[in-house]
Ligand binder design. Structure first.
Ligand SMILES: [Zn+2]
Length: 388
């Protein structure tokens, strides 16, 4: 299932960098990715594996000799999964309730942040099958490990905040960069963006179903070599639809059941969505050159770009609940290191940023990061129309 698809592809691409271990060389793990989009193969606007980044990698290797999950990770992962199973069991046997479904939404979000994210980056274990096993937890909560690797690893991580290439800032419903044409509704985006986040799971559950059928996601084709993975994903999705939507409605047919299900989705979507949006959208964040203009620009250091397009918030305690994704700068530089190590990684990265005169965007609290994100969206929403 995990194919050595990297063979024959250009070695130095941003996608290769995101799939590399933290050795000084860019050596993508052959068992990491089996879905390749055009994002993994094209010309890159970045300088990869620069001297400065190799120096950081060398320091990180000393600070964290073992990059994968520790007992702390496995205990937490088992607790989260058992929480999910138990809540579903209670819903089937006792009937839906706002509390049970609310908690289920929270526990599903924890799967997304603290389990599947490490696994689908290849950070849980050096053994591919271990990452694959835990990676399927994304399918358990109604997502898809295959599409997540396509969307998140190959597109978002490789091309962070690159207009037209990063799927997390693509689209015109929300103006995430000044490169998106301004429209009247953007005046209100600082408000409505937050109201859209609870709807995210509905998009994942239903739109992705058709993406898997069509082997295409966010305008990029998925490799035919991942056909079998797509079929497995569709099987998981069918089981999820029965588990989450159909069986509770069959056992307890009422509007109350529907309301509980919607609450679950809203809490999960909000928790995940806030995490995603504040990490790359804050005052002073960098948005990278337009895709179509790449050839006109000098190549930028990919590692520098990762730092300047991400923010870190809080510390180890928040990281426990956020799967380390509050350490977004560290995560984007070293996505294949398990999140349990990020608190050790942060001071090394911070020092390196200082030496290289890079802004290390740090927010002491979630609230301050959210406020900065709000102001950023407000600025872009009220900016005069331009570029295009
Ligand atoms: Zn990631």
């Amino acid at each position: 299932m995990w194919c050595t698809i990297w063979q024959g592809l250009p070695r130095y691409t941003p996608a290769a960098e995101t799939c590399s271990t933290f050795s000084e060389e860019v050596t993508p793990h052959p068992t990491t990715i089996c879905c390749i989009s055009t994002a993994a193969q094209g010309e890159t606007a970045f300088e990869l594996n620069s001297e400065a980044f190799r120096s950081l990698k060398s320091r990180v290797r000393k600070a964290i000799p073992y990059q994968h999950a520790t007992w702390e990770w496995y205990i937490k992962a088992c607790f989260i999964m058992l929480g999910n199973f138990y809540l579903e069991y209670l819903i089937y046997t006792q009937g839906p309730s706002l509390i049970k479904h609310g908690l289920l939404g929270f526990f599903m979000a924890l799967v997304g942040l603290a389990i599947q994210h490490d696994a689908n980056h290849g950070g849980v274990s050096p053994k591919g099958w271990v990452n694959q096993f835990w990676g399927y937890t994304q399918d358990w909560i109604g997502g898809s490990a295959l599409l997540w690797r396509h969307h998140h690893v190959l597109m978002h991580h490789a091309e962070t905040n690159v207009d037209g290439d990063d799927p997390d800032i693509t689209g015109d419903l929300i103006r995430f960069t000044e490169l998106t044409n301004w429209q009247g509704r953007h005046k209100y985006q600082a408000i409505y963006t937050w109201l859209l986040l609870p709807l995210l799971p509905l998009n994942w559950h239903f739109k992705e179903f058709f993406d898997l059928l069509n082997m295409s996601h966010m305008g990029r084709k998925i490799s035919p070599m991942a056909k079998k993975d797509a079929q497995i994903a569709l099987g998981f999705r069918g089981v999820f639809f029965v588990r989450f939507y159909i069986a509770p409605l069959y056992l307890y047919p009422s509007l109350h059941t529907v309301a509980c299900q919607l609450l679950c989705l809203a809490i999960g979507g909000m928790y995940l969505g806030v995490n995603f949006i504040i990490s790359h959208n804050y005052e002073g964040v960098k948005t990278v050159l337009q895709h179509s203009d790449r050839s006109k620009h000098v190549k930028k250091d990919w590692a520098y770009e990762q730092v300047e397009t991400s923010s870190t918030v809080g510390g180890r305690a928040l990281g426990f609940l956020h799967g380390g994704l509050n350490y977004q700068i560290e995560h984007h530089l070293f996505p294949r290191i398990s999140h349990v190590h990020y608190h050790k990684l942060a001071p090394v990265v911070r020092e390196w940023c200082k030496e290289n005169k890079l802004r290390y965007a740090y927010y002491p609290t979630l609230y301050s990061n959210v406020v900065s994100c709000y102001k950023y969206l407000d600025q872009l929403g009220n900016a005069s129309p331009q570029i295009g």
